[in-house]
Ligand binder design. Structure first.
Ligand SMILES: Cc1cc2nc3c(=O)[nH]c(=O)nc-3n(C[C@H](O)[C@H](O)[C@H](O)COP(=O)(O)OP(=O)(O)OC[C@H]3O[C@@H](n4cnc5c(N)ncnc54)[C@H](O)[C@@H]3O)c2cc1C
Length: 291
């Protein structure tokens, strides 16, 4: 699965699902069921995250192996290079290449929290450096992350976009962005990226609201704004079921508007959960908004 090629040749907006690797053996069994169930929606590709500092290196590899080799699914592997030596990055990539993986989504990642992890002295500072290292040595299609509301550590949105352009110059062929709940952030961001010379596809990331607690926590962590109107509705939900139902409606309307604006694809952060993404995709199909 070559994702840059997919976005180049597609005739309709694609859909993709992102997962994180199961934490233990019990979760592994559940995860396989999640993958099987979401695979019935026939997404254009599924992607597997990677814990920075190599914290999930083996778990991510095993999950990618299951998805790609056992299930024969179109699979994208992530690499978060924070703290890793160039040799460790090569080892990870060689293993993915041997599985037949053709697209790597490249991230810097963040320092693992609450650990005594010591970054390798030769590790890379930014995703753009990792992209250069990979594109000089491998034939993968490469993707990278973007941030419509600016990365939490960014000097400014403009500077962040400058560095996004550098990621493109160093080999990134598509961008998937951090989730947002107000589409205007995305539209303004795309306009600014285009003005700054970013020409590759920019794919919106969709994070359905799953629970109020998770949404509030993640929005703070990722710098995504929860608009007052949605926040009020979420505060009024009585339980997780009501919150998830609200989340499905919000995400459906969000996707509908994004599709009306001609996006190249919708990338869903599944959080390894089945019902919300399933219902959103089904509704988009029922209304003939996606294939
Ligand atoms: C779609 C998506 C998927 C993700 N998947 C994962 C995952 O699998 N594993 C994981 O650990 N994390 C993941 N993340 C989170 C990501 O790793 C963090 O947001 C991380 O803090 C930044 O990674 P990056 O690749 O965007 O970094 P970079 O592009 O390197 O940017 C990091 C910061 O440095 C600044 N910067 C960039 N280049 C320069 C430069 N040359 N000079 C000065 N400043 C610069 C930027 O403005 C930004 O503030 C994901 C994020 C997204 C949006």
């Amino acid at each position: 699965m070559r994702v840059a090629t997919l976005y180049k040749n597609q005739t309709h907006p694609s859909i993709s699902f992102e997962f994180f690797p199961p934490r233990d053996e019990k979760a592994e069994v559940e995860f396989t069921t999640v993958v099987d169930q979401l695979a019935t929606l026939a997404p254009d590709y599924m992607s597997m995250t990677f814990g920075a500092g190599g914290s999930t290196s083996e778990g991510s590899y095993q999950a990618v192996k299951m998805m790609k080799q056992e299930k024969k699914l179109p699979t994208v592997a992530y690499l978060a290079g924070f703290g890793l030596s160039p040799d460790s990055i090569t080892t990870v990539l060689d293993r993915y290449k041997a599985l037949g993986i053709e697209t790597i989504f490249v991230l810097r990642g963040d320092e693992p929290r609450g650990s005594d992890f010591v970054p390798h002295p030769d590790s890379f500072s930014y995703a753009s450096d990792i992209l250069k290292f990979i594109s000089d040595r491998y034939d993968f299609d490469l993707g990278c992350a973007g941030y419509p509301e600016a990365h939490v550590q960014a000097e400014s949105l403009e500077k962040d976009i400058e560095y996004l352009k550098l990621k493109q110059d160093n080999g990134a062929q598509y961008v998937v962005v951090q989730y947002f709940y107000d589409n205007d952030f995305f539209y303004t961001y795309v306009d600014k990226c285009r003005a700054a010379g970013v020409t590759v596809p920019i794919i919106p990331g969709i994070m359905p609201i799953y629970t109020a607690k998770l949404t509030n926590m993640l929005c703070k962590l990722c710098g995504s704004t929860l608009p007052q109107g949605i926040k009020k509705q979420l505060d009024n939900t009585k339980n997780a079921k009501e919150a998830a139902a609200l989340g499905m409606d919000v995400a459906f309307e969000q996707c509908k508007d994004l599709l009306a604006h001609g996006v190249d694809g919708l990338h869903f952060y599944t959080m390894d959960r089945v019902p919300s993404v399933t219902r959103i995709v089904q509704r988009l199909r029922e209304e003939k908004l996606i294939k």
